[in-house]
Design a protein around this ligand. Structure first.
Ligand code: 5GP
Length: 163
């Protein structure tokens, strides 16, 4: 359908604050926040300030591994997060949206072997997500326009290397 859920930067600020409140009220005190790049970097940074967590990590996950090559499952791109960084930690994973939930499932499962506790926070969760996130701001099944990706890049890169 043409239905769209539009998130503005203004509303994102409210969302991040309310998600931080959910985490705090739940008594969860993460040792580190793990953002899923690129969409989860905004929430990860905002939660870092709101929850007074300075230990921020990034995992880069994409569905694409090469030019026009799409896999059934998302893949982790290098540099890979060192498992030592996670060992014994209480981890809060931050992402923009759990849609199919496959990206979050991959990252959560990556962490699960090392961490003490791993929980997930997202701005949006769709009903089909196979991961039920611990902290959700809003639920929708519409396509979401995020403020950071609603405009095209200011210039296109012709020198983009295949990854
Ligand atoms: P997944 O299907 O693995 O849960 O979602 C993977 C990624 O696809 C999300 O982190 C997000 O970057 C992108 N994505 C999924 N649904 C939407 C959407 O409704 N709007 C936008 N802009 N991106 C989405």
């Amino acid at each position: 359908s043409d239905e769209r859920e539009v998130l503005t930067y203004e509303l994102f600020g409210t969302a991040a604050r309310e998600l931080a409140r959910q985490v705090a009220d739940d008594g969860f005190e993460p040792d580190l926040i793990l953002s899923i790049a690129r969409g989860g970097l905004f929430l990860g940074g905002a939660l870092g300030y709101a929850l007074d967590v300075k230990n921020l990590f990034v995992m880069n996950v994409e569905f694409y591994t090469g030019v026009d090559e799409r896999l059934d499952l998302p893949v982790v791109l290098p540099p890979t997060l060192d498992a030592v960084d996670l060992t014994g930690a209480d981890v809060l994973i931050a992402d923009d949206v759990a849609d199919t939930g496959k990206t979050l499932e991959l990252v959560r499962d990556f962490c699960a072997g090392y961490v003490s506790d791993v929980r997930t926070a997202v701005v949006y969760e769709k009903s089909r997500s196979l991961v039920q996130c611990d902290y959700v701001w809003r639920r929708t099944d519409a396509w979401i326009d995020f403020p950071w990706s609603s405009l095209p890049p200011v210039r296109t890169r012709s020198d983009r290397p295949a990854h």
